[in-house]
Design a binder for this molecule. Structure first.
Ligand SMILES: Nc1nc2c(ncn2[C@@H]2O[C@H](COP(=O)(O)OP(=O)(O)OP(=O)(O)O)[C@@H](O)[C@H]2O)c(=O)[nH]1
Ligand SMILES: [Mg+2]
Length: 259
């Protein structure tokens, strides 16, 4: 996909999409961070609009990673299982608060024999999506190992984590409620945001990826502002030759709306 192609109208985010469950959310704020909104209004988002953020999708074989990506990116669903061999990826271009923002979604293989090829692509992720099957408790238990492997190649302090239960259409409300209890606990332990989706019906798929795009964008802009802030603070000049202790930052230009 051409990175310079115009953003589809249904990939435009003007507001922060909400989390699924407050108990396991990366944050429960209703709106984007005020510094982010302000930076976007003033087009002070640095390199964010030109960057592509890497998102990796991991989890047991056949939990539905490929179907999840295909439902969002192509709006298709294949009921036949075709194992992913190694990795595959899709590009998705968004516009968040008026700024172009691209996600590269890496679909990795869950099968043990392809895992070592797939794991070489884990590095440099800004978000990790760990998928399990809502109808298979073992796949939930394995998510901790998938996370540990993915974190070996990434910075745990800056990467965003999402725990996603798939195939929601196959569980009854009672079965779902039981599984959700365990899944919320795992998500809290991992410090991941919890979602439950169905690629067959499309339930929550778009909402989930919008949330991933929005939170990754927000984290990117905040990091960019911190970097530019650090540069300004380091850039000092002495303004009074009589007082050797008096220093002032070089940039006197005040932002118009930032706190
Ligand atoms: N009913 C139902 N079936 C699903 C859903 N998502 C995936 N499946 C089915 O589950 C099987 C595996 O789906 P994939 O998306 O290929 O699984 P995967 O996690 O990519 O598997 P690997 O590539 O081997 O790691 C396929 O037969 C899909 O049709 C869903 O939401 N509901
Ligand atoms: Mg696959």
């Amino acid at each position: 996909m051409n990175i310079l192609a115009p953003v589809r109208r249904d990939r435009v985010l003007a507001e922060l999409p909400q989390c699924l469950r407050k108990e396991a959310a990366l944050h429960g704020h209703k709106d984007f961070h005020p510094r982010v909104t302000c930076a976007c209004q003033e087009h002070r988002t640095g390199t964010v609009g030109f960057k592509i953020s890497k998102v990796i999708v991991v989890g047991d074989l056949s939990v539905g990673k490929t179907c999840l990506i295909n439902r969002f990116c192509k709006d298709t669903f294949d009921k036949n299982y075709k194992a992913t061999i190694g990795v595959d990826f899709e590009m998705e271009r968004f516009e968040v608060l008026g700024i172009p923002f691209s996600l590269q979604l890496w679909d990795t293989a869950g099968q043990e024999r392809f895992k070592c090829i797939a794991s070489t692509y884990y590095r440099g992720a800004q978000a990790i999506i760990i998928v399990f099957n809502l109808n298979d408790v073992a796949s939930l238990e394995h998510t901790k190992q998938w996370l540990a492997d993915a974190l070996k190649e990434n910075d745990p302090s800056s990467v965003l984590l999402f725990l996603v239960g798939s195939k929601k259409d196959l569980s009854t409300p009672a079965q779902y409620a039981l599984m959700e209890k365990d899944a919320l606990q795992v998500a809290q332990e991992m410090k991941a945001e919890y979602w439950a989706v169905s690629s067959l019906t499309g339930e929550n798929v778009r909402e989930f990826f919008f949330r991933v795009a929005a939170l990754t964008f927000e984290a990117n802009v905040l990091a960019e502002l911190e970097k530019s802030g650090a540069r300004r603070i380091g850039d000092v000049v002495r303004i009074n030759s009589d007082d050797s202790n008096l220093y002032l930052t070089a940039s006197k230009k005040k932002p118009t709306c930032c706190p």
